[in-house]
Design a protein around this ligand. Structure first.
Ligand SMILES: Cc1cc2nc3c(=O)[nH]c(=O)nc-3n(C[C@H](O)[C@H](O)[C@H](O)COP(=O)(O)OP(=O)(O)OC[C@H]3O[C@@H](n4cnc5c(N)ncnc54)[C@H](O)[C@@H]3O)c2cc1C
Length: 385
């Protein structure tokens, strides 16, 4: 609308790039700043469900994403020896978008960066915000370089350790250690890995997500001490030890790990900020406002939805800006709360399998209920937002 002509987006992840492109394609002047000096984003791969693919379609990026990634329409639950428990066909997607397309995080970022730049977004790297002064009509910003500028709106998509969240909500809400962590490594894709797989172990879970015809990533979720950090060559023996109970391709990948392997570890630290997700003219979205256990592969998808919905709600009419930002907050919160709760419960359920008899009970329960349970989630996430 006429009062939002120039905005600052803080953070160049999936959420920030989607927000920036969505505003710029509607004629708003957008400056996006990214703290990192280059777009060499760490991370392995991202499964992007149909709801995220529909957002990328509004940006004209769908074909490029589908050409780059690996599309799949089902997932499998196995035991640690890769004996099948459940095959689930996702109830998502339509004739235009597949249920899922997974690709490397770097490739997704490059595609979205290209869209943002072609839409006219000014991208500045190696820059952050030092101070924000918001008088309710304009937001004055001082950057880490000492430069000053003013904007009609500041949108913080600056991730789980967001400083924009501190401006909006203070220190009352921050990510909580769950006591669980995720290990990941890229590996060649065995031909029979045709969609996302979870291998339920005793005391941990492992899985795979294909990223292309040749590559997949292996992930492993287990209890880890809050604050634990693993580095360098120590990671190889620790990861091997953690994968020891798993058979099939997992055992082969474990055996092939060397000090050259790019193993990534991160704690799972859930957060759900209550609404409103704004103060005056500063608003947040993506991991800055919510982070989830990764089970529904919806973190980046919800960040992309946030960016799209923020632009739509801010630009669709000219009621007071606070009302538009409240509308954004209220539309986003229930969907994100659903993902937060569902994926958090899934994490707790799988990690509660601690003995052989727990495993047999889990096998029976999953055989009977898992597909129906995931199907409900598919339907909710596939619905309009
Ligand atoms: C193990 C694991 C697996 C996952 N798998 C999936 C999956 O398959 N599918 C999926 O959709 N999601 C997945 N996720 C979640 C997903 O990674 C995140 O939800 C998503 O990256 C959030 O995007 P974002 O843009 O909000 O934040 P980020 O990706 O964290 O981007 C924030 C950006 O802001 C920058 N930044 C930070 N502070 C500042 C500052 N002060 N100034 C300027 N720039 C700043 C950062 O450098 C970064 O580039 C997974 C997460 C984990 C942990």
């Amino acid at each position: 609308m006429a009062d939002i002509r120039r905005i600052l987006v803080v953070g160049g992840g999936v959420g920030g790039l989607t927000a920036a492109a969505s505003f710029a394609r509607r004629g708003v002047e957008v400056v996006l700043i990214e703290r990192r000096p280059a777009f060499d984003i760490p991370g392995v791969g991202l499964g992007q469900p149909a709801n995220a693919l529909r957002v990328y379609d509004t940006l004209g990026a769908l074909d490029q994403i589908l050409d780059t990634g690996f599309s799949y329409d089902r997932m499998w639950l196995f035991d640690a020896s890769r004996r099948p428990i459940v095959e689930h066909k996702f109830l998502m997607g339509d004739e235009r978008v597949p249920a899922f397309c997974a690709l490397s995080r770097l490739e997704l970022h490059e595609i979205l960066l290209g869209v943002a730049q072609r839409s006219g977004v000014t991208v500045r790297l190696g820059l952050t915000v030092s101070e924000i002064h918001d008088d309710g009509d304009r937001v004055a910003v001082r950057f880490s370089t000492g430069e000053h500028d003013t904007f009609d709106l500041v949108a913080g998509f600056d991730g789980i350790r967001s400083t924009t969240r501190l401006h909006v909500a203070g220190t009352a809400f921050s990510p909580r250690p769950s006591g669980y962590g995720a290990w990941r490594v890229q590996a060649p894709r065995p031909e029979d890995v045709r969609g996302m797989e979870f291998l339920q172990g005793i005391g941990s879970k492992t899985g795979a997500m294909p990223l292309s015809n040749n590559i997949m990533y292996l992930f492993h979720i287990r209890p880890e001490a809050p604050g634990a950090s693993f580095e360098g060559r120590d990671m190889v023996p620790l990861f091997k030890e953690r994968l020891a109970q798993y058979g099939g391709y997992v055992a082969e990948i474990a055996a092939s790990l060397t000090s050259e392997s790019d193993i990534v570890y991160g704690p799972i630290e859930p957060l759900l900020l209550p609404w409103p997700w704004f103060r005056k003219r500063v608003v947040i979205g993506g991991d800055a406002a919510h982070t989830f256990a990764p089970h529904l592969t919806q973190g980046a998808a919800m960040a992309a939805e946030d960016g799209f919905v923020l632009a739509r709600e801010v630009l669709n009419d000219d009621v007071a800006i606070e009302d538009r930002l409240m509308r954004y907050s209220m539309k986003r919160y229930p969907r994100c709360a659903f993902v937060y709760t569902f994926s958090g419960q899934w994490l707790l359920d799988e990690q509660s399998v601690r003995t052989a008899s727990d495993m047999e009970a889990a096998r029976a329960e999953l055989t009977q209920n898992a597909s129906a349970r995931i199907g409900v989630s598919d339907r909710i996430l596939d619905s309009a937002f």
